[in-house]
Design a protein around this ligand. Structure first.
Ligand code: KIV
Length: 263
């Protein structure tokens, strides 16, 4: 039986960090699962690391369906979490449901979407119809042009309060997990303490319930600019398999991220 979003409440309750990593194909799905990764995120980051775009915006629902099918074929137990791409869920809650159906039919156990209070009604609509949802706050890459670039979010008091309100809203709407991207560690600690659902950080400090990185970043094979929160596990490990195993160990042992990876 595969892990599902409900599986991770227990890990959070016993303060055991949750290990998520992006994954886009069957071979890496098998390898990352064998290394102990618990959640394989078919992220729309594939637009950048697989397709060579500058942003995640050109990624289509068809792209995510295809990569979800590939990942599902490669792993037996890890939960497969699929991103709802830009334009596939913002128009209406009905559009979001139709898109989520395609991802679940492709084999995903849950879908991820970006946005807080503005997405609460959509999250409730999906959850009430059997679609498990992970929300995503902080730096939301689908809004990169609105945010003015890939910048740390939630730095001032007003922005931090909005983020905390957003986090409470998505939890109340039924989201069972929350990704926090590029926010100050103190804020992610505040959010994690305020919520009952697990938080998964990427550039959000050590006090989240788990961590996620983009596979090509942590293997240091993405040619683009590397963010401060990325650690190169490949040179440490010497092989892809060992690098991913070290990532899992570091997240579980809470030795990653350190202050050097934190805002
Ligand atoms: O698409 C993605 O890889 C993501 C992570 C950055 C969390 O959403």
């Amino acid at each position: 039986m595969r892990l599902t979003l409900t599986s991770f409440a227990a890990l959070r309750a016993r303060d055991e960090p949750i290990v998520m990593l992006t994954c886009y194909d069957a071979s890496f799905a098998a390898l990352t699962e064998a290394a102990g990764v618990e959640i394989l995120l078919v992220g729309d980051s594939l637009g950048m690391v697989m397709q060579g775009h500058d942003t995640t915006l050109p990624v289509t629902l068809t792209d995510i369906v295809y990569h979800t099918q590939c990942v599902v074929r490669g792993a037996q137990r890890a939960m497969v979490l699929a991103d709802l791409p830009f334009g596939a869920y913002q128009a209406s809650r009905e559009q979001a449901f139709q898109s989520a159906v395609q991802l679940m039919a492709a084999g995903a156990q849950a879908v991820k979407l970006e946005g807080g209070q503005v997405m609460a009604e959509t999250i409730r609509f999906l959850v009430d119809r059997g679609v498990p949802v992970c929300a995503h706050l902080g730096l939301t890459p689908q809004s990169v042009h609105q945010l003015g670039g890939y910048k740390v979010q939630g730095r001032d008091d007003a922005a931090a309060k909005t983020l905390l309100d957003d986090a409470r809203a998505v939890e109340q709407a039924g989201a069972q997990m929350l990704v926090l991207e590029m926010i100050p560690a103190a804020l992610s600690k505040q959010v994690t303490t305020a919520l009952a659902i697990p938080t998964i950080g990427i550039g959000a400090g050590i006090d989240c319930s788990g961590q996620v990185l983009v596979l090509q970043d942590m293997l240091d094979i993405y040619p683009g600019k590397k963010a401060r929160f990325v650690r190169n596990f490949m040179t440490e490990g010497g092989s892809i398999r060992d690098g991913i195993r070290r990532y899992v160990e570091a997240v579980k042992a809470k030795t990653f991220p350190t202050a050097a990876h934190t805002y």
